[in-house]
Design a protein around this ligand. Sequence first.
Ligand code: PBG
Length: 344
Amino acid sequence: MKKNNSKNIIPSEDIPGLEISARPRRNRKSETIRKLVKETYLEPGDFIYPVFIHDGNSDEEITSMPGCKRFSIRGLVNEVKRSLKLGVSAFVLFPAIKDSYKTPLCEESYNSKGLVQRALRELKNSCPDATLITDIALDPYNSEGHDGIVSPSGEILNDFTVDVLCKQALSHAHAGADVVSPSDMMDGRIGAIREILDEEGFTSVSIMSYTAKYASSLYGPFRGALDSAPKAGDKKTYQMDPANSREALRELMLDEEEGADIVMVKPASHYLDMVYLFKDNTDLPVAAYQVSGEYLMIKAASNSGWLDEDKIILESLLSIKRAGADMIITYFAPRAAELLKKQY
Ligand code: PBG
């Protein structure tokens, strides 16, 4: 290599003698080339928007999730219409239930006049283009705050819970749900729900299963939004240990056998290896859930000026898609759709 004596002169040509034949930078040399070689694209149709609802007349800010609201049914209709215009057309409904309706047997979960059921009917009516997904789990309705029914000795009763989940799923299907989405992690619930839906003629209602749902600390802000934290104990007897990946493949195999239409990994960003593994091990579509804690980390860092919110939103979602997610559940859905409009 020739020695360059004068420190401040940058050589105008490549340094002679350097023999590099592979130069990946050629594929990054212009915006046009970069677009040509781009491997992963995000689009608004990739997103599922989780929305919180409550039985009030007005929308409320959620303290534990700045920037998110608990919508009244009327507010929900407006939010869904706004999102549809941006190209986001799939929604999961999460209800905040009044304490007085919470019971140990969670009967409110399958009340045909319950909050979710009313919201479904209203949305079917006023926003027929929206795809409506409902959460199947008992925590919002449970005086114990668990996803399953708790026995007097504090055990989560699997089969008893699955029975109630079936009633909940059926009542959502009756009210107009397009997809039911069990997030409870009880054994056998996908098969049981498929069977009851089919028996009752709801063969076209899909099941999006929370297949690998980890017992993560990233759900705290969500539980604040619904006031649904467990009264005692944790969720480790049903949600998975973050240390395990082979166990998730077992759950995947069972969900496939039991008839899931879509399988999910949750959370997303800290679990991209699982998203990749799922993509490699199933022919079913893979969903990933960017959960409340992931949302909040981005919000907190950008609200304090440490990160550029808009850029990190798109980068986080792109990474989840690159890892193999066919769809992403994200509280940023409408914002991300707006940003994508500007980008392309
Ligand atoms: C409850 C449920 C949870 C989430 C979705 N459904 C919380 C939990 O399991 O404790 C978390 C979503 C989020 O954190 O954004 N069945």
